[in-house]
Design a binder for this molecule. Structure first.
Ligand code: FAD
Length: 388
């Protein structure tokens, strides 16, 4: 009898796993504790701003090939905007602006070589004495690793930089989400799963797992002999279900969303240097400022004073909403990189997925989606499963 695959957790990892299984013609059920899918990557209507906002601005890169395959397979690619292969920066203190591209980085070739070198240690140990540290390497490290350079794993950072730089113009290109994260990454995948006959069950929090049963808060699902289970859950959700899967430190990402008096034309993410905010994204009449690895909640008034001149808006603090994702990603230290586990467990037929598993990427959409595909391949014993 063909196995039924039960995927628990409808974040990107679970959605990708379910989509890969469903596309192969196998039966799949997807269970999610929350009333909606998306996990750490989702949109919602905010009553203060009266706008649909994201839990945090996300950027995909051209080198994130598995994530792009997922967008193609689900139909979400139509809701994505490909940006030119450049990163724009502005200094909030002196108004100076500059641009980085794969062929024109604002640092010396020697610093780039040092950054991509495959050795160990932290990013600060490796790059802290470089001239371009404060204005380039530090913001890049926070954006990529969501970990301060003093703690961030230099080996993982170097691996990501190599992938981006070797990817050329196509790899350096960013992909933004002008209609929101859910419109591109979540809703199309759910619709495609529905078309393929997948069972989708919201409000189902898994509380226990045995050889015969998946136990949810309000019901139990019996497992057939050939059935497979993919736990697409973050490590903190797994602790009570499968102990010994590691205790990981995490980092916060905070976004402050400002409702502008009218739509603004800034069409690309802007790296902010010299202030508290780190990245500025504008979608219509909402400007969103990201702060990675933030230790304390930001002061919205200070952030507004930083971005108002950049947007050429000389107004008092507008309506705003602070969204703090306390466990946005792992803290990517050299030791956490060594401890990220693989997708197999000590239970037959039970596999793991999630952005935190061993990966050439830090916790990102790419690592989440790749892990879902890898778990689906293992669950069905099919190395040839693809999302493209
Ligand atoms: C603010 C912010 C900004 C980010 N920016 C970027 C970016 O620019 N680029 C990028 O690539 N990545 C970015 N990321 C990272 C990216 O969002 C995550 O790596 C990815 O969404 C993780 O997906 P996941 O499926 O592994 O985990 P999750 O999204 O955490 O999904 C796990 C799901 O499991 C559910 N669940 C938990 N416990 C149970 C249970 N017991 N039973 C049933 N369901 C359960 C949860 O509700 C959740 O829906 C960002 C993350 C945040 C928070």
């Amino acid at each position: 009898m063909k196995p039924v695959v039960h995927v628990v957790g409808a974040g990107l990892a679970g959605l990708a796993a379910a989509l890969a299984v469903a596309r192969s013609g196998h039966a799949v059920h997807l269970y999610e504790a929350a009333p909606q899918a998306g996990g750490r990557c989702r949109s919602f209507h905010d009553p203060v701003l009266d706008r649909v906002i994201d839990n945090g601005s996300h950027l995909l890169l051209g080198v994130n090939r598995v994530a792009l395959d997922y967008l193609k397979a689900s139909g979400g690619l139509d809701f994505v905007h490909a940006l030119p292969p450049r990163i724009h920066f502005a200094h909030v203190g002196n108004g100076h602006t500059w641009t980085a591209s794969p062929t024109r980085l604002p640092v010396s070739a020697w610093e780039v070589l040092r950054a991509v070198w495959p050795g160990g240690g932290t990013v600060a140990q490796r790059l802290g004495s470089c001239r371009g540290f404060a204005d380039f390497w530090q913001p890049l490290c926070l954006a990529i690793m969501n970990t301060a350079p003093a703690a961030a794993d230099a080996r993982l950072f170097a691996r990501v930089l190599r992938a981006i730089l070797l990817g050329g113009r196509a790899g350096f290109r960013g992909y933004a989400f002008p209609h929101g994260l859910s419109a591109a990454l979540i809703d199309p995948a759910l619709a495609r799963l529905g078309e393929l006959g997948a069972g989708i069950h919201f409000g189902q929090r898994l509380t226990g797992i045995s050889q015969q049963w998946l136990t949810f808060a309000e019901r139990a699902v019996s497992l057939g002999k050939n059935d497979r289970v993919i736990l697409a859950l973050p490590p903190w959700a797994l602790e009570s279900l499968l102990p010994d899967n590691g205790n990981f430190d995490t980092e916060t990402i905070t976004n402050v969303h400002f409702r502008l008096p009218h739509a603004h034309t800034l069409s690309h993410p802007l790296g902010l240097i010299g202030g508290m905010g780190q990245w500025l994204f504008v979608r219509g009449d909402v400007a969103s400022v990201t702060i990675s690895a933030a230790q304390t909640p930001p002061d919205a008034a200070i952030l507004w004073r930083e971005i108002a001149p950049v947007l050429d808006l000389h107004l008092p603090l507008p309506p705003h909403r602070v969204v703090q994702e306390k466990r946005a990603t792992l803290r990517h230290t050299p030791s956490s990189s060594r401890r990220r586990p693989g997708p197999t467990t000590d239970r037959d037929g039970v596999f793991l997925a999630g952005d935190w598993l061993a990966s050439p990427w830090p916790c990102t959409m790419e690592s989440a989606i790749s892990s879902g595909l890898a778990a689906a391949r293992l669950a069905l014993g099919r190395d040839d499963l693809r999302l493209s």
